[in-house]
Every structure is written in structure tokens, then in C-alpha cells.
Design a protein around this ligand. Sequence first.
Ligand SMILES: Cc1cc2nc3c(=O)[nH]c(=O)nc-3n(C[C@H](O)[C@H](O)[C@H](O)COP(=O)(O)OP(=O)(O)OC[C@H]3O[C@@H](n4cnc5c(N)ncnc54)[C@H](O)[C@@H]3O)c2cc1C
Length: 263
Amino acid sequence: MDLPNIQNYLCPDEFENITNWGNDWSWLAGGTWLFSEPQPHLKVLVDIQRLGWSEIEVQGDYLIIGATCPLIKLLEYPWLAEWTAIDSLKSAVSALAASLKVINVATVGGNICLALSVGTLAPLMVTLGASYEIYNLQAESHQVAARDFQIGSRQTILQPGEILRRVLIPLPNLTWQVNYQRMSIAATDPALAIVVTAKTPQQIRCVIAASVVAPRLLEFESIEVLENQYISLLEKENFIEDARASANYRREMTAVLIKRSLQ
Ligand SMILES: Cc1cc2nc3c(=O)[nH]c(=O)nc-3n(C[C@H](O)[C@H](O)[C@H](O)COP(=O)(O)OP(=O)(O)OC[C@H]3O[C@@H](n4cnc5c(N)ncnc54)[C@H](O)[C@@H]3O)c2cc1C
């Protein structure tokens, strides 16, 4: 859709060229969300597609995914066979495959920073113990754990002018046994519940999402402990209640998905 209130469109090829910021400015990545509904509060769009941040590479002990990497690239990349967790990454992207147009253009950073409660990548990144590298306008960077990044529905810890530069996943974590489960009323509907579990050498990590406003990491010593505790732990969580489903329904669906992932 047209955004007639936009007065300026900037398309820098160096991040250092962006020196100021306003409350009515927004980063523009794939634009699949920004152009999908009116944005009356925005006057300036800063397109980040020319910054060359779409890499997928290994650096030291990390798999690095650039913020402007299109989601489709995650499906097509020739991943190493021993990175068993990649199947779940593909499942997360395929959950959006109902709209091929969206995954061709939407970016990793756009999906994570939009921070929808139904966001597909965030729960997986939390499960995998990923970190996010964030830049401010002074080109200073810091890292934050994925589990601390999203603090609500459409809410992250990003400050005005801050940008997600890249995602870092520790290489050993890619060999974890990871399972991605999603449930929605129809395949093309937003998820009512997402559960991602990982069996690591030390513990079982279980992230619940979509049924709660932001991904929640639950950690267990073993599968047996998880089996004994998850029902009572889910009783303590705040599940979303809205026109699509009650909180109780979402809690039950989350329990079903945990059970499925254990199987
Ligand atoms: C019809 C439809 C259905 C959808 N269903 C789902 C769904 O079920 N699950 C799901 O996860 N998503 C869903 N989405 C959202 C979709 O995944 C997003 O549109 C997409 O991920 C956003 O990526 P983008 O690159 O197009 O971001 P944009 O639209 O360009 O930007 C989205 C937001 O992120 C900000 N942003 C983008 N990149 C960065 C960055 N690097 N640093 C800081 N801020 C940044 C922008 O400023 C903007 O606020 C749906 C979208 C549509 C249109």
C-alpha cells in the first residue's frame, strides 16, 4: 500500500552516513510489514537493503546471519549436514511459506525486530542460545541474548536509532536435536501456539511462543524433569486471551505441542 505521509526516503550505502534520527523515522528492510498497513506516525524511511548485510557465514565459533538476509535464503542455503538444528530453522521459515511473496522479500532482521507475538524466528533463536548484535548511530555495537531482546508484543529493547546488524548462533548449538512445533486454526492463519525444544548435552530447553506475548524459555535438567513439571509451569504463565482463542485454549495447545515435541 502507498504510505502518502512519507516525506523522505533515504537509501544509504554506508551505515556511517546515517547521523541523525527522529521519532517519525523507521528502518525499512523488506517492507512486507511496513507497506502492509497505514503508518501515520512515520515521515522518513531509511532503507537498509544497500548496506550489504545479507551474509550467511561462519566466523570463529559462530554462524552469522546478516539482518537483511531474506528468509528464502535460509531455505535455499547449502547447510552442513551435521547442523541438525537447521531443519527447525527451515520449519520456522516454512511456517510463513503460505505467502511465498512474503518469504522472498522479508528479512531475518525484519521478522525479529517486528517482534510479533506470533513471530516465527524469535522462539528458535532463543532456543538456540543466539545473540543479536546491535548498532547505535555512533556505530557502537553491543550484543544481547535473543532471550532478552523481545519484551512484549511489538516491543523490543531497541532504543530509537538502534538497529539489529546480525544474528550470531554458536556453532556447537547447531548440532543440538531441535524440534519446532506450531499450531494454528488454518495453515495460513497466525500461530496460536509455537513450541521449540532442544536437547543439549546438559539440559532440555523449551521455548513457548505465540500463545504468550514474547518467547519464554523454560529450562530442565532432563526430559523426565520436563515431563513432571511442564503442566504446573504452564499454569503460572500468562497466556494471551483474545477473539481468536482463550488463554485456556492456548495453554492446552502449548501443552499438546510440548508433548508432541517430546515424542
Ligand atoms: C500477510 C502477512 C502475514 C504474516 N504472518 C506472519 C506470521 O504468521 N508469523 C510471522 O513471524 N510473521 C508474519 N508476518 C510478518 C512478516 O514475517 C513480516 O512482514 C516480515 O518478517 C518483516 O520483514 P521485513 O524485512 O519485510 O520488515 P519491514 O516490513 O521492512 O520492517 C518491519 C519492522 O522491523 C523494523 N526493522 C526491520 N529490519 C530491522 C533491523 N535490522 N533493525 C531494527 N529494526 C528493523 C522496521 O523498522 C519495521 O518496524 C506476516 C506479514 C504479512 C504481510
